[in-house]
Design a protein around this ligand. Structure first.
Ligand code: ZN
Length: 174
């Protein structure tokens, strides 16, 4: 039996749980629930969650924020030897940032069929024109990561429906 591999897989769940904790924080704050952590030599060096609304910043995705923190802590804009765990497949912008930062490994939970750049609408990991190869693993705690997203959008849709079907309906219909 390959015990080294078992411990490695266990670590994946451990770190993804930490990314999920970040995603739950985003959810509580009304942000699309995505969380991320950067890991180096088995240690978490930075954590972040999506904050586009709070910061009025379309680039404030969990991955961008966590890369900024990790680079600042490492005092190096290149994050060689790191792995980034994120609850949802990164978008094109974040995929670009992961490549710029030279992150070695990306581990994500759920696929994002609308925006995902690592298998869904693009696959940056397999584009041979790019000079940095990023290793990818997906499906870690996938169900929980996906449900958190689905519940968030369901709640948001319900909120909109209640708003437009209530007595103050005309105020909400543009
Ligand atoms: Zn993104």
């Amino acid at each position: 039996m390959d015990y080294a591999n078992i411990f490695f897989v266990k670590d994946h769940y451990y770190f993804m749980s930490m990314a999920l904790e970040q995603a739950y924080r985003a959810d509580r704050e009304g942000e699309v629930p995505v969380g991320a952590v950067v890991v180096k030599r088995g240690e978490v060096i930075a954590k972040a969650y999506n904050q586009v609304i709070k910061r009025d910043d379309p680039t404030a995705h969990a991955e961008i924020l966590v890369l900024r923190k990790a680079a600042s802590i490492s005092k190096n804009y290149r994050l060689a030897g790191t792995g980034l765990y994120v609850t949802v497949e990164p978008c094109l912008m974040c995929g670009g940032a992961l490549i710029q930062a030279r992150v070695n490994k990306l581990i994500f939970g759920a696929f994002d069929p609308k925006m995902g750049a690592f298998g869904s609408i693009y696959n940056l990991a397999e584009d041979k024109r790019l000079n940095h190869r990023i290793e990818v693993e997906s499906g870690i705690l996938e169900e929980e990561c996906r449900k958190l997203m689905q519940n968030f959008f369901r709640k948001r849709r319900r909120g909109t429906e209640e708003a437009v079907t209530g007595s103050t309906r005309n105020r909400f219909v543009l």
